[in-house]
Design a binder for this molecule. Structure first.
Ligand SMILES: NC(=O)c1ccc[n+]([C@@H]2O[C@H](COP(=O)([O-])OP(=O)(O)OC[C@H]3O[C@@H](n4cnc5c(N)ncnc54)[C@H](OP(=O)(O)O)[C@@H]3O)[C@@H](O)[C@H]2O)c1
Length: 285
């Protein structure tokens, strides 16, 4: 039986990026829908679950994407609540690449530092990618600091992450000034997940951080987030620090995205969100 991936995108135009990955992952047929909202979702999900018999539903799956990550999360909830009993298909959420990018960034760090007990600083930690990277690091036992220009925004994110990872040490910090300098001086892992084109630290600033072992910059748009790390760098040593640029991490991100799409067709009840996508990333390395 042919595999069918149903792409539900919250943007008006379904993402060409996600479509290319779906094809490269070997999906036989891709049905792409744009402008998907909770209000027009139900018939699309019913069309997915009521056509093939329950024994064949593993060959149909749903991918949720689009630039609005909060809208994607909401759609994921709605898709799942439309399923009942055996009438379900596997579903993956990766709006704006948030889950695959966070998974690839944390995996890059984990190649060089044992995450359990490590201190990790996430710059731009209030964004969708930063929040997910923070959560994954905390779940692996790291002490995580979430940085933002606003202490209140950072604290609000920390509270949400603590709810999802009981007992974890997750603290807020500001993305400039003494608060940042103090966190940076203790960090083993630095992940720069700020908006495109936002530079947080000069070369001197991150290179003089005493205990830093890995630095990952996810911003590919000049100026990069961590000055001096080229976008294509992959595990390049700068003194004692192993560095990754956005394109250097992107190879793993693409591998994880493709593998996750393929994984959807192994059963009809997979839900691939942040944790599941990271587990898959760990599996494939
Ligand atoms: N390689 C890939 O395939 C891939 C995929 C997805 C994303 N990315 C990259 O990963 C990074 C994170 O993505 P995202 O979607 O999470 O980012 P985002 O939501 O656009 O921004 C993340 C955070 O950056 C901070 N920020 C925004 N403008 C700023 C400014 N002018 N100065 C200082 N801080 C600023 C904001 O935090 P506060 O307002 O709280 O300070 C925001 O929450 C981006 O650079 C993105 O391009 C790469």
């Amino acid at each position: 039986m042919k595999t069918i991936l149903i792409q539900l995108d919250t943007d008006a135009q379904p993402s060409t990026f996600d479509r290319v990955v779906a094809v490269d992952a070997g999906t036989d047929h891709l049905f792409s829908y744009g402008g998907v909202t909770p209000d027009n979702l139900t018939p699309l999900v019913h069309g997915a679950i009521f056509t093939r018999g329950p024994q064949d539903l593993s060959q149909t799956a749903i991918f949720i994407g689009g630039s609005d990550v909060a809208a994607g999360e909401k759609l994921l909830e709605n898709v799942q609540s439309t399923f009942f009993g055996p009438m379900r298909v596997s579903v993956m959420m990766d709006s704006n690449g948030c889950n695959t990018t966070a998974a690839a960034a944390v995996l890059a760090a984990a190649r060089h530092v044992s995450l359990s007990g490590a201190r990790a600083l996430v710059l731009g930690g209030t964004g969708p990618v930063g929040q997910r990277a923070g959560l994954l690091l905390a779940r692996q036992g790291a002490c995580v600091s979430i940085a933002s220009r606003s202490a209140d925004r950072a604290e609000a994110v920390c509270e949400r992450l603590r709810e999802q990872c009981a007992g974890a040490e997750i603290t807020a910090c500001e993305s400039a000034g003494d608060s940042l300098a103090s966190e940076l001086s203790q960090a083993d892992i630095l992940i720069s997940a700020g908006a495109a084109g936002v530079q947080f630290l000069s070369t001197d600033q991150w290179q003089s951080a005493g205990s830093l072992k890995v630095a990952v910059d996810l911003n590919a748009v000049p100026p990069v987030g961590l000055e001096g790390i080229e976008v294509t760098e992959k595990a390049k040593q700068h003194g004692d620090v192993v560095c990754y640029g956005a394109v250097g991490v992107g190879g793993t991100k693409m591998k994880v995205h493709k593998a996750a799409v393929q994984r959807l067709f192994e059963a009809n009840d997979r839900v691939l969100n942040t944790a599941e996508i990271y587990s898959l990333a760990e599996e494939i390395g």
